[in-house]
Design a protein around this ligand. Structure first.
Ligand code: UT7
Length: 336
């Protein structure tokens, strides 16, 4: 792994979620399911979804505004915007471009999206770390925002129970005090198992070439395969990330995992031998909000007093690709 030249500081964090709540009981109006089945298998009780004209850009904007305000960095001084979005309202313009203009970031600042599904924020952090480390940009806004509810098949009970909408954001900057907030960071992908979770984009070939067929453009997932992959890969991978940080699990204050399934969170907790107080889980109230799930859990954890700042945390995510990643980070006072 390349060492970055300049250390980076996590300066501010934020989140945004829609108001509309859908409970497990609400879902029983759509198909044959029950609160008991959903809660036991996933740990989810409810999720938030966008409504009306609201979409992931609005959520991303709210999260980004909060993160920038918390960072104390002026919007005029943001040099780059990276959005991790796999369920945006539009393929283009990029969600990052929309957030850039809505937030009043100068209208020449480079802004782009990356697709790493639920691992998106950790991927974005890796890219930002490289850009800041190499001295290319100084202040980077990371946004993770998805409106999954627009892309799930609401007739498919195995998938639509899981997802919710939300956004998280983080401002990262060159650490002028020389203290690096990234103690270790690694991201990975295995395209050979991409079929575990996929979503086609609607579109047909030219009708002069062949008859048009309706393209199925909904999220597909082989839940069991994903589950098996994650519980066999992630625990030992996290061990490695902790080792890369020159630490042991007990040195780290919190585990903030991707919120995909409470049983997966518990498997990671057991591996690290952490008591409940060290594990941040809010899946019960938000479901799986893709790349936003880690920053939402982080910010909410701080707001609710579960996470004390001036601490360290291991963030870990996984998702379509398949992608996965983990980071051991320092959470300084004042980021939220
Ligand atoms: O960030 C994205 C990452 N994705 C994930 O992390 C997903 C990981 N996987 C999972 O969380 C679990 O696999 C699920 C929660 C998605 C599913 O749990 P499962 O224990 O693997 O259930 P299953 O898919 O094997 O289905 C078991 C049974 C089936 O019935 P039969 O065939 O045994 O009769 C399903 O038809 O449960 C049935 N089922 C349901 N029953 C009631 C599936 N969905 C539902 C439902 N309500 N919503």
């Amino acid at each position: 792994m390349t060492q970055n030249v300049k250390p980076i500081r996590i300066a501010g964090i934020g989140y945004g979620v829609p108001e509309t709540v859908i409970t497990n009981d609400d879902l029983t109006k759509l198909y044959d399911t029950s609160d008991e089945w959903i809660y036991t298998r996933t740990g989810i009780k409810e999720r938030r979804v966008v409504s009306g004209n609201e979409n992931a850009v609005d959520l991303g904007f709210a999260a980004a505004k909060m993160a920038v305000e918390n960072s104390g960095i002026n919007v005029e001084d943001i040099n780059c915007v990276i959005a991790a979005s796999s369920a945006p309202p539009q393929l283009y313009p990029a969600l990052s471009c929309n957030v850039q203009s809505r937030l009043g970031i100068p209208n020449y600042v480079p802004s782009f999206d990356l697709t790493a599904a639920c691992t998106g924020l950790i991927y974005a952090l890796q890219v930002a770390r490289g850009l800041i480390g190499a001295g290319i940009y100084k202040n980077i806004l990371l946004v993770a925002a998805d409106n999954n509810s627009r892309l799930v098949d609401w007739e498919d009970r195995s998938i639509s129970i899981l997802f919710g909408d939300g956004a998280g954001a983080m401002v990262v900057t060159e650490a002028e005090d020389g203290v690096d907030d990234i103690l270790s960071l690694d991201v990975r992908a295995d395209g050979s198992i991409g079929k575990y979770i996929y979503m086609n984009i609607p579109g047909n070939n030219c009708p002069l070439v062949e008859p048009c067929e309706q393209v199925d453009a909904k999220i597909h997932m082989s839940g069991r395969d994903v589950y098996k992959f994650v519980v066999t890969t992630l625990p030992k991978y996290i061990d490695k990330c902790i080792e890369d940080a020159g630490m042991v699990a007990s040195d780290i204050d919190y585990l903030i995992p991707h919120q995909a399934n409470q049983r997966i969170i518990e498997a990671l907790q057991q591996r690290l031998e952490y008591p409940d107080e060290k594990v941040v889980s809010n899946i019960k109230y938000y479901g799986n909000t893709s790349a936003a799930s880690i920053p939402i859990a982080l910010v909410e954890g701080v707001q609710q007093g579960k996470i004390k700042l001036g601490s360290t945390a291991i963030l870990c995510g996984f998702g379509a690709g398949m992608t996965w990643g983990a980071a051991v980070v320092r959470l300084r006072e004042g980021i939220c």
